[in-house]
Design a binder for this molecule. Sequence first.
Ligand code: NAP
Ligand code: MG
Length: 403
Amino acid sequence: MKKIGMTTPLVELDGDEMTRIIWQQIKDHLLAPFLELKTEYYDLGLQHRDETNDQVTVDAAEAIKKYGVGVKCATITANADRMVEYKLKELWKSPNATIRAILDGTVFRAPIIVKGIEPYVPRWRKPITVARHAYGDIYKSAELRVDGPAKAELVVTYKDGKVDKKTVYDFECPGIVMGMHNKDNSITSFAHACFQYALSVKQDLWFATKDTISKTYDQRFKEIFEEIFAQEYAAKFQEAGIEYMYTLIDDAVARVIRSDGGMVWACKNYDGDVMSDLVSTAFGSLAMMTSVLVSPDGHYEYEAAHGTVQRHYYQHLKGQETSTNSVATIFAWSGALRKRGELDGNQDLIAFADNLEKASLATIEEGEMTKDLYALSTVSPKKTLNTLDFILAIKTRLEKMYQ
Ligand code: NAP
Ligand code: MG
Protein backbone atom coordinates (compact mmCIF):
# COMPACT_ATOMS: atom_id res chain seq x y z
CA MET A 1 0.00 0.00 0.00
CA LYS A 2 0.95 3.62 -0.42
CA LYS A 3 1.62 5.11 2.99
CA ILE A 4 -0.70 7.85 4.27
CA GLY A 5 0.98 11.24 4.26
CA MET A 6 1.04 13.92 6.95
CA THR A 7 1.54 17.64 6.47
CA THR A 8 2.09 18.96 10.01
CA PRO A 9 4.18 17.07 12.57
CA LEU A 10 2.67 15.69 15.76
CA VAL A 11 4.56 16.66 18.88
CA GLU A 12 5.78 13.34 20.28
CA LEU A 13 6.62 13.14 24.00
CA ASP A 14 8.39 9.88 24.80
CA GLY A 15 8.38 8.57 28.36
CA ASP A 16 9.51 5.89 30.77
CA GLU A 17 9.64 2.21 31.68
CA MET A 18 7.11 -0.26 30.25
CA THR A 19 5.15 2.41 28.42
CA ARG A 20 8.36 3.48 26.66
CA ILE A 21 8.79 -0.10 25.40
CA ILE A 22 5.16 -0.16 24.22
CA TRP A 23 5.59 3.27 22.62
CA GLN A 24 8.33 2.00 20.33
CA GLN A 25 6.39 -1.17 19.49
CA ILE A 26 3.34 0.87 18.52
CA LYS A 27 5.43 3.09 16.26
CA ASP A 28 7.25 0.17 14.66
CA HIS A 29 4.27 -2.11 14.06
CA LEU A 30 1.09 -0.03 14.01
CA LEU A 31 2.17 3.36 12.68
CA ALA A 32 5.33 3.24 10.54
CA PRO A 33 4.05 0.52 8.15
CA PHE A 34 0.94 2.58 7.35
CA LEU A 35 1.93 6.24 7.73
CA GLU A 36 4.64 8.62 6.59
CA LEU A 37 4.79 9.39 10.29
CA LYS A 38 5.87 12.97 10.90
CA THR A 39 6.67 13.90 14.49
CA GLU A 40 8.75 16.41 16.37
CA TYR A 41 10.35 14.21 19.02
CA TYR A 42 10.95 15.15 22.67
CA ASP A 43 12.47 12.61 25.01
CA LEU A 44 10.76 13.04 28.40
CA GLY A 45 12.38 9.89 29.75
CA LEU A 46 13.55 10.70 33.29
CA GLN A 47 17.23 10.43 32.42
CA HIS A 48 16.93 12.97 29.62
CA ARG A 49 14.78 15.29 31.76
CA ASP A 50 17.58 15.19 34.31
CA GLU A 51 20.28 15.84 31.69
CA THR A 52 18.40 18.87 30.38
CA ASN A 53 17.42 20.15 33.84
CA ASP A 54 13.83 19.48 32.75
CA GLN A 55 14.11 22.01 29.91
CA VAL A 56 12.91 19.30 27.51
CA THR A 57 9.51 19.23 29.22
CA VAL A 58 9.11 22.98 28.81
CA ASP A 59 10.26 22.78 25.17
CA ALA A 60 7.76 19.99 24.48
CA ALA A 61 4.89 22.02 25.94
CA GLU A 62 5.94 25.04 23.85
CA ALA A 63 5.98 22.82 20.76
CA ILE A 64 2.39 21.72 21.49
CA LYS A 65 1.47 25.39 21.59
CA LYS A 66 3.19 25.88 18.23
CA TYR A 67 1.75 22.90 16.35
CA GLY A 68 -1.50 22.37 18.27
CA VAL A 69 -1.42 18.61 18.90
CA GLY A 70 0.82 16.42 21.03
CA VAL A 71 0.86 12.79 22.10
CA LYS A 72 2.52 11.81 25.37
CA CYS A 73 3.84 8.55 26.78
CA ALA A 74 3.47 7.97 30.54
CA THR A 75 6.39 9.37 32.54
CA ILE A 76 7.84 8.80 35.98
CA THR A 77 7.04 11.47 38.52
CA ALA A 78 10.26 11.56 40.49
CA ASN A 79 10.17 10.73 44.21
CA ALA A 80 12.84 9.83 46.78
CA ASP A 81 13.24 6.26 45.42
CA ARG A 82 13.66 7.49 41.86
CA MET A 83 16.22 10.04 42.99
CA VAL A 84 18.47 7.14 44.02
CA GLU A 85 17.51 4.83 41.13
CA TYR A 86 18.28 7.43 38.43
CA LYS A 87 20.94 9.38 40.38
CA LEU A 88 18.95 12.58 39.78
CA LYS A 89 20.28 16.11 40.24
CA GLU A 90 17.00 17.08 41.86
CA LEU A 91 13.39 15.97 42.34
CA TRP A 92 11.95 17.24 39.06
CA LYS A 93 8.33 18.29 39.05
CA SER A 94 5.70 16.03 37.51
CA PRO A 95 5.91 16.55 33.72
CA ASN A 96 2.12 16.59 33.58
CA ALA A 97 2.01 19.43 36.10
CA THR A 98 4.64 21.38 34.13
CA ILE A 99 2.79 20.89 30.85
CA ARG A 100 -0.57 21.79 32.39
CA ALA A 101 0.90 24.95 33.91
CA ILE A 102 2.10 26.01 30.44
CA LEU A 103 -0.96 24.98 28.42
CA ASP A 104 -3.61 25.58 31.16
CA GLY A 105 -6.86 23.87 30.46
CA THR A 106 -9.04 20.91 31.24
CA VAL A 107 -8.34 17.18 31.30
CA PHE A 108 -11.02 14.96 29.73
CA ARG A 109 -10.89 11.29 30.69
CA ALA A 110 -13.06 8.74 28.94
CA PRO A 111 -13.25 4.94 29.14
CA ILE A 112 -12.69 2.79 26.06
CA ILE A 113 -15.70 0.53 25.92
CA VAL A 114 -15.34 -2.96 24.50
CA LYS A 115 -17.76 -5.87 24.19
CA GLY A 116 -17.13 -8.61 26.74
CA ILE A 117 -15.89 -6.28 29.45
CA GLU A 118 -18.89 -5.35 31.52
CA PRO A 119 -18.79 -2.25 33.69
CA TYR A 120 -19.25 -2.88 37.42
CA VAL A 121 -22.26 -0.61 37.12
CA PRO A 122 -24.31 -2.73 34.71
CA ARG A 123 -26.56 0.14 33.62
CA TRP A 124 -23.61 2.05 32.14
CA ARG A 125 -23.86 1.39 28.41
CA LYS A 126 -22.27 4.59 27.13
CA PRO A 127 -18.97 6.20 28.13
CA ILE A 128 -18.87 8.79 30.89
CA THR A 129 -16.26 11.46 30.30
CA VAL A 130 -14.95 13.18 33.40
CA ALA A 131 -13.75 16.73 32.66
CA ARG A 132 -11.32 17.77 35.36
CA HIS A 133 -10.41 21.39 35.92
CA ALA A 134 -6.62 21.23 36.05
CA TYR A 135 -5.88 24.43 37.97
CA GLY A 136 -5.89 25.52 41.60
CA ASP A 137 -7.95 24.53 44.67
CA ILE A 138 -6.14 22.19 47.08
CA TYR A 139 -3.44 21.49 44.45
CA LYS A 140 -2.11 25.02 44.86
CA SER A 141 -2.97 25.74 48.47
CA ALA A 142 -1.13 27.08 51.49
CA GLU A 143 -1.41 24.93 54.62
CA LEU A 144 -0.31 25.36 58.19
CA ARG A 145 -0.33 23.31 61.33
CA VAL A 146 -1.56 25.23 64.30
CA ASP A 147 0.40 24.34 67.43
CA GLY A 148 -1.89 25.65 70.10
CA PRO A 149 -4.52 28.27 70.84
CA ALA A 150 -4.36 30.78 67.98
CA LYS A 151 -6.57 32.81 65.68
CA ALA A 152 -6.42 31.83 62.02
CA GLU A 153 -7.43 34.56 59.56
CA LEU A 154 -7.95 34.90 55.84
CA VAL A 155 -6.41 38.18 54.68
CA VAL A 156 -6.58 39.69 51.19
CA THR A 157 -4.47 42.83 50.66
CA TYR A 158 -5.23 44.81 47.50
CA LYS A 159 -2.68 46.84 45.54
CA ASP A 160 -4.33 50.06 46.77
CA GLY A 161 -3.93 48.99 50.38
CA LYS A 162 -7.52 47.93 51.00
CA VAL A 163 -7.74 44.86 53.21
CA ASP A 164 -10.42 42.16 53.40
CA LYS A 165 -10.23 39.96 56.47
CA LYS A 166 -12.19 37.05 57.88
CA THR A 167 -11.61 34.76 60.83
CA VAL A 168 -11.25 31.16 59.72
CA TYR A 169 -11.22 29.76 63.24
CA ASP A 170 -10.32 30.80 66.75
CA PHE A 171 -8.30 27.77 67.79
CA GLU A 172 -8.57 26.74 71.44
CA CYS A 173 -6.35 23.70 70.74
CA PRO A 174 -3.86 22.47 68.10
CA GLY A 175 -5.22 21.93 64.59
CA ILE A 176 -4.72 22.56 60.91
CA VAL A 177 -5.65 25.33 58.47
CA MET A 178 -5.59 25.72 54.68
CA GLY A 179 -6.07 28.55 52.21
CA MET A 180 -6.80 27.84 48.57
CA HIS A 181 -7.69 29.84 45.51
CA ASN A 182 -8.91 29.81 41.97
CA LYS A 183 -9.02 32.48 39.27
CA ASP A 184 -11.97 33.78 37.26
CA ASN A 185 -10.01 33.44 34.03
CA SER A 186 -9.09 29.82 34.73
CA ILE A 187 -12.69 28.93 35.63
CA THR A 188 -13.83 30.73 32.48
CA SER A 189 -11.50 28.72 30.26
CA PHE A 190 -12.57 25.53 32.08
CA ALA A 191 -16.19 26.37 31.27
CA HIS A 192 -15.42 27.07 27.60
CA ALA A 193 -13.44 23.83 27.28
CA CYS A 194 -16.33 21.83 28.76
CA PHE A 195 -19.04 23.44 26.62
CA GLN A 196 -16.94 23.03 23.48
CA TYR A 197 -16.05 19.43 24.26
CA ALA A 198 -19.69 18.53 24.94
CA LEU A 199 -20.62 20.06 21.58
CA SER A 200 -17.83 18.18 19.80
CA VAL A 201 -18.98 14.79 21.16
CA LYS A 202 -22.71 15.76 21.14
CA GLN A 203 -23.25 14.70 24.75
CA ASP A 204 -25.00 16.45 27.63
CA LEU A 205 -22.80 18.40 30.02
CA TRP A 206 -23.26 18.07 33.77
CA PHE A 207 -21.52 20.33 36.23
CA ALA A 208 -21.68 20.04 39.99
CA THR A 209 -20.15 21.75 43.00
CA LYS A 210 -21.02 22.20 46.67
CA ASP A 211 -22.39 25.73 46.37
CA THR A 212 -24.92 25.22 49.18
CA ILE A 213 -22.01 25.04 51.62
CA SER A 214 -19.38 27.07 49.76
CA LYS A 215 -21.53 30.13 49.11
CA THR A 216 -18.72 32.25 47.67
CA TYR A 217 -16.06 29.89 46.28
CA ASP A 218 -18.16 27.17 44.64
CA GLN A 219 -20.90 29.69 43.93
CA ARG A 220 -18.42 31.56 41.71
CA PHE A 221 -17.86 28.42 39.60
CA LYS A 222 -21.61 28.00 39.22
CA GLU A 223 -22.12 31.65 38.19
CA ILE A 224 -19.35 31.66 35.62
CA PHE A 225 -20.67 28.48 33.99
CA GLU A 226 -24.20 29.91 33.91
CA GLU A 227 -23.14 33.24 32.42
CA ILE A 228 -20.99 31.69 29.71
CA PHE A 229 -23.63 29.13 28.85
CA ALA A 230 -26.34 31.78 28.48
CA GLN A 231 -24.12 34.12 26.47
CA GLU A 232 -22.41 31.73 24.09
CA TYR A 233 -23.67 28.18 24.16
CA ALA A 234 -27.39 27.90 24.92
CA ALA A 235 -28.40 28.19 21.26
CA LYS A 236 -25.64 25.87 20.07
CA PHE A 237 -26.64 23.23 22.63
CA GLN A 238 -30.25 23.43 21.51
CA GLU A 239 -29.21 23.03 17.91
CA ALA A 240 -27.08 20.00 18.78
CA GLY A 241 -29.93 18.51 20.83
CA ILE A 242 -27.92 18.38 24.05
CA GLU A 243 -28.41 19.89 27.49
CA TYR A 244 -26.42 21.64 30.17
CA MET A 245 -27.36 20.76 33.73
CA TYR A 246 -26.03 22.19 36.97
CA THR A 247 -26.64 20.30 40.19
CA LEU A 248 -25.14 19.67 43.62
CA ILE A 249 -22.20 17.26 43.69
CA ASP A 250 -24.13 14.88 45.98
CA ASP A 251 -27.02 14.80 43.55
CA ALA A 252 -24.66 14.38 40.59
CA VAL A 253 -23.08 11.28 42.12
CA ALA A 254 -26.49 9.68 42.62
CA ARG A 255 -27.64 10.58 39.10
CA VAL A 256 -24.46 9.29 37.47
CA ILE A 257 -24.88 5.89 39.14
CA ARG A 258 -28.52 5.66 38.03
CA SER A 259 -27.78 6.84 34.46
CA ASP A 260 -26.87 4.76 31.43
CA GLY A 261 -23.83 6.99 30.82
CA GLY A 262 -23.18 9.09 27.75
CA MET A 263 -22.50 12.46 29.37
CA VAL A 264 -19.59 14.78 30.02
CA TRP A 265 -19.26 15.34 33.75
CA ALA A 266 -17.40 18.54 34.59
CA CYS A 267 -15.68 18.41 37.97
CA LYS A 268 -13.64 20.79 40.05
CA ASN A 269 -10.00 19.77 40.38
CA TYR A 270 -10.29 17.50 43.43
CA ASP A 271 -13.66 16.02 42.47
CA GLY A 272 -12.22 15.26 39.03
CA ASP A 273 -9.14 13.59 40.48
CA VAL A 274 -11.23 11.24 42.61
CA MET A 275 -14.21 10.74 40.28
CA SER A 276 -12.08 9.92 37.24
CA ASP A 277 -10.46 7.07 39.18
CA LEU A 278 -13.86 5.89 40.38
CA VAL A 279 -15.40 6.03 36.91
CA SER A 280 -12.45 4.30 35.22
CA THR A 281 -12.39 1.51 37.80
CA ALA A 282 -16.14 1.03 37.48
CA PHE A 283 -15.77 0.75 33.69
CA GLY A 284 -13.35 -2.13 34.24
CA SER A 285 -9.75 -1.00 33.94
CA LEU A 286 -7.40 1.96 34.20
CA ALA A 287 -5.61 0.45 31.20
CA MET A 288 -8.75 1.21 29.13
CA MET A 289 -8.93 4.92 29.86
CA THR A 290 -7.78 7.78 27.65
CA SER A 291 -6.99 11.29 28.68
CA VAL A 292 -6.75 14.52 26.72
CA LEU A 293 -5.73 17.95 27.93
CA VAL A 294 -7.57 20.70 26.04
CA SER A 295 -6.17 24.20 26.46
CA PRO A 296 -8.28 27.35 26.19
CA ASP A 297 -6.37 28.24 23.01
CA GLY A 298 -7.47 24.95 21.45
CA HIS A 299 -4.26 22.95 21.88
CA TYR A 300 -4.53 19.22 22.54
CA GLU A 301 -2.33 16.75 24.39
CA TYR A 302 -3.34 13.08 24.29
CA GLU A 303 -2.10 10.39 26.68
CA ALA A 304 -3.03 7.19 28.47
CA ALA A 305 -4.51 7.68 31.94
CA HIS A 306 -2.29 5.02 33.55
CA GLY A 307 1.34 5.28 34.65
CA THR A 308 4.55 3.66 33.41
CA VAL A 309 3.56 0.18 34.69
CA GLN A 310 6.78 -0.13 36.68
CA ARG A 311 6.16 -3.67 37.98
CA HIS A 312 5.90 -5.06 34.43
CA TYR A 313 9.02 -3.16 33.39
CA TYR A 314 11.12 -4.80 36.08
CA GLN A 315 9.84 -8.19 34.89
CA HIS A 316 10.76 -7.19 31.34
CA LEU A 317 14.27 -6.19 32.47
CA LYS A 318 14.70 -9.62 34.07
CA GLY A 319 13.84 -11.19 30.73
CA GLN A 320 10.44 -12.39 31.92
CA GLU A 321 7.44 -12.28 29.60
CA THR A 322 5.00 -9.42 30.15
CA SER A 323 1.39 -8.93 29.11
CA THR A 324 0.93 -5.19 29.33
CA ASN A 325 -2.16 -3.61 27.84
CA SER A 326 -1.26 -1.05 25.16
CA VAL A 327 -4.83 0.03 24.30
CA ALA A 328 -4.84 3.37 26.14
CA THR A 329 -1.48 4.31 24.59
CA ILE A 330 -2.71 3.27 21.12
CA PHE A 331 -5.82 5.42 21.64
CA ALA A 332 -3.61 8.35 22.67
CA TRP A 333 -1.94 8.04 19.25
CA SER A 334 -5.22 7.57 17.38
CA GLY A 335 -6.77 10.55 19.18
CA ALA A 336 -3.81 12.75 18.32
CA LEU A 337 -3.66 11.55 14.70
CA ARG A 338 -7.41 12.11 14.27
CA LYS A 339 -7.18 15.64 15.67
CA ARG A 340 -4.15 16.35 13.42
CA GLY A 341 -6.17 15.03 10.48
CA GLU A 342 -9.12 17.28 11.39
CA LEU A 343 -6.94 20.37 11.68
CA ASP A 344 -5.12 19.62 8.41
CA GLY A 345 -8.20 18.43 6.50
CA ASN A 346 -6.50 15.05 6.01
CA GLN A 347 -9.34 12.51 5.55
CA ASP A 348 -7.00 9.54 5.10
CA LEU A 349 -5.37 10.26 8.42
CA ILE A 350 -8.76 10.53 10.16
CA ALA A 351 -9.82 7.22 8.61
CA PHE A 352 -6.56 5.61 9.73
CA ALA A 353 -7.17 6.73 13.32
CA ASP A 354 -10.66 5.20 13.19
CA ASN A 355 -9.31 1.96 11.72
CA LEU A 356 -6.55 1.69 14.30
CA GLU A 357 -9.16 1.92 17.06
CA LYS A 358 -11.49 -0.54 15.33
CA ALA A 359 -8.67 -3.05 14.87
CA SER A 360 -7.70 -2.74 18.55
CA LEU A 361 -11.25 -3.29 19.79
CA ALA A 362 -11.88 -6.14 17.32
CA THR A 363 -8.79 -7.95 18.61
CA ILE A 364 -10.17 -7.94 22.16
CA GLU A 365 -13.75 -8.68 21.10
CA GLU A 366 -12.50 -11.65 19.09
CA GLY A 367 -10.85 -13.08 22.20
CA GLU A 368 -7.20 -12.01 21.94
CA MET A 369 -6.18 -9.82 24.86
CA THR A 370 -3.66 -8.99 27.54
CA LYS A 371 -3.76 -10.58 30.97
CA ASP A 372 -5.51 -7.70 32.76
CA LEU A 373 -8.47 -7.94 30.36
CA TYR A 374 -8.48 -11.75 30.31
CA ALA A 375 -9.50 -11.63 33.96
CA LEU A 376 -12.44 -9.34 33.16
CA SER A 377 -13.66 -10.42 29.73
CA THR A 378 -16.75 -12.60 29.29
CA VAL A 379 -15.82 -13.39 25.65
CA SER A 380 -15.40 -17.09 24.88
CA PRO A 381 -13.08 -18.54 23.74
CA LYS A 382 -10.39 -16.12 24.87
CA LYS A 383 -6.63 -16.22 25.24
CA THR A 384 -3.86 -14.15 26.74
CA LEU A 385 -1.17 -12.64 24.54
CA ASN A 386 2.14 -11.14 25.59
CA THR A 387 2.81 -7.42 25.17
CA LEU A 388 4.23 -7.59 21.64
CA ASP A 389 1.96 -10.34 20.33
CA PHE A 390 -1.11 -8.30 21.30
CA ILE A 391 0.19 -5.40 19.20
CA LEU A 392 0.95 -7.78 16.34
CA ALA A 393 -2.58 -9.22 16.56
CA ILE A 394 -3.91 -5.68 16.07
CA LYS A 395 -1.49 -5.20 13.16
CA THR A 396 -2.85 -8.29 11.39
CA ARG A 397 -6.36 -6.82 11.49
CA LEU A 398 -5.18 -3.38 10.42
CA GLU A 399 -3.34 -4.88 7.45
CA LYS A 400 -6.54 -6.60 6.30
CA MET A 401 -8.29 -3.22 6.26
CA TYR A 402 -5.61 -1.81 3.96
CA GLN A 403 -5.25 -4.76 1.57
P1 NAP B 1 0.62 2.40 36.96
O1 NAP B 1 1.78 2.51 36.07
O2 NAP B 1 -0.65 2.97 36.47
O3 NAP B 1 0.41 0.86 37.30
C1 NAP B 1 -0.24 0.38 38.46
C2 NAP B 1 -0.72 -1.05 38.22
O4 NAP B 1 -1.90 -1.00 37.44
C3 NAP B 1 0.24 -1.92 37.45
O5 NAP B 1 1.20 -2.50 38.29
C4 NAP B 1 -0.70 -2.90 36.82
O6 NAP B 1 -1.19 -3.87 37.75
C5 NAP B 1 -1.89 -2.04 36.47
N1 NAP B 1 -1.74 -1.40 35.13
C6 NAP B 1 -1.66 -0.07 34.85
N2 NAP B 1 -1.58 0.11 33.54
C7 NAP B 1 -1.60 -1.11 32.96
C8 NAP B 1 -1.53 -1.56 31.61
N3 NAP B 1 -1.42 -0.71 30.61
N4 NAP B 1 -1.59 -2.91 31.38
C9 NAP B 1 -1.71 -3.77 32.40
N5 NAP B 1 -1.77 -3.40 33.69
C10 NAP B 1 -1.72 -2.09 33.97
O7 NAP B 1 0.93 3.09 38.35
P2 NAP B 1 2.23 2.98 39.30
O8 NAP B 1 2.89 1.67 39.12
O9 NAP B 1 1.70 3.39 40.62
O10 NAP B 1 3.17 4.11 38.79
C11 NAP B 1 4.33 3.88 38.01
C12 NAP B 1 4.93 5.20 37.60
O11 NAP B 1 4.02 5.87 36.74
C13 NAP B 1 5.22 6.15 38.74
O12 NAP B 1 6.57 6.57 38.65
C14 NAP B 1 4.27 7.31 38.54
O13 NAP B 1 4.90 8.51 38.86
C15 NAP B 1 3.99 7.26 37.08
N6 NAP B 1 2.65 7.77 36.66
C16 NAP B 1 2.63 8.50 35.52
C17 NAP B 1 1.44 8.98 35.02
C18 NAP B 1 1.46 9.78 33.75
O14 NAP B 1 2.50 9.99 33.16
N7 NAP B 1 0.33 10.22 33.27
C19 NAP B 1 0.24 8.67 35.67
C20 NAP B 1 0.28 7.88 36.83
C21 NAP B 1 1.51 7.42 37.31
P3 NAP B 1 -0.50 -5.29 38.04
O15 NAP B 1 0.86 -4.97 38.56
O16 NAP B 1 -1.42 -5.87 39.05
O17 NAP B 1 -0.46 -6.05 36.74
MG1 MG C 1 -6.50 10.38 41.05
